[in-house]
Design a protein around this ligand. Sequence first.
Ligand SMILES: NC(=O)c1ccc[n+]([C@@H]2O[C@H](COP(=O)([O-])OP(=O)(O)OC[C@H]3O[C@@H](n4cnc5c(N)ncnc54)[C@H](OP(=O)(O)O)[C@@H]3O)[C@@H](O)[C@H]2O)c1
Length: 262
Amino acid sequence: MTRWVVITGASSGIGQALTICFADSECNVLAIGRNEVALQHTRSFIKNGNVVTVVADLSDENEIEKVVKNINPDDGIQYLIHCAATTEPHMPLTMTGRAALKKSIDINVMAPIFLTQQFAPYFDTTTRVLFIGSDYVGVNNKIRPGISGSYGISKSALRVAVEYFRHEYKDTALIGYLNPGSTDTPMFKAMKTAVLSQQGIFNNSVQAAHPSSVAKFIQAVLEKTSNQDYNAIDWDFRVVTHHQKILSDEPAIKKINIRSGL
Ligand SMILES: NC(=O)c1ccc[n+]([C@@H]2O[C@H](COP(=O)([O-])OP(=O)(O)OC[C@H]3O[C@@H](n4cnc5c(N)ncnc54)[C@H](OP(=O)(O)O)[C@@H]3O)[C@@H](O)[C@H]2O)c1
């Protein structure tokens, strides 16, 4: 029986870095992206390892069904990592149209929910599903009016979905949640450009982590944490004690600064 690591958003940023990390694992990797050229670029970094790339627009329910067919009925899923997301449209919520808001919710909320449902028959009690979150969750944390309404709404909805899945899949799989904080990816750059163009200033003290550092942290959270910690903690790359739970590399821990994030 083949075990799989399924990664969405594998064509860019954190998902790309995760695909490279997990290519060395004992599992097969199903790397999903929308942009075929970018996905092939991810592929080009992988010398060995069993990585299957799938081009799919996850905002389309038919494409989600197509993705799941890449796994044989006898196979199992070790990790399902939901990275794909968009921060667009970068405009005030007061001006955001129905189609634009729906697109954001389709990719940021519907895709991870329905991919999880569709892959659930391949789960067992060792399967770990991971939802990648954000600072833009709820109303008590960071919101950036004028730019991130759709993103904030969708990431908040996703965080609530995680809670439901934790209860409803409690005998089926382990459900995790992780906030990477600012990470130097195309998404971070696009948000920075939007902030600069609309607000004229960007806090340059915000240090974005390298995607490969974030990917190594995510891999360690998936591979090294106890079942109880994995399920109970909202993992955050910026929280030093979270690194201390999984790494013995003290110098690396000291280099981590507390940064704001998307
Ligand atoms: N970067 C940060 O500072 C930051 C901070 C907090 C949270 N996050 C979260 O981290 C995760 C990864 O973000 P990132 O920074 O790595 O972003 P990124 O580099 O922009 O990558 C986003 C990925 O999502 C995919 N995607 C977007 N729409 C899609 C669709 N309709 N169907 C299929 N795939 C689609 C993109 O695919 P294509 O390129 O192939 O279209 C791309 O691979 C996201 O969930 C994000 O919210 C990021």
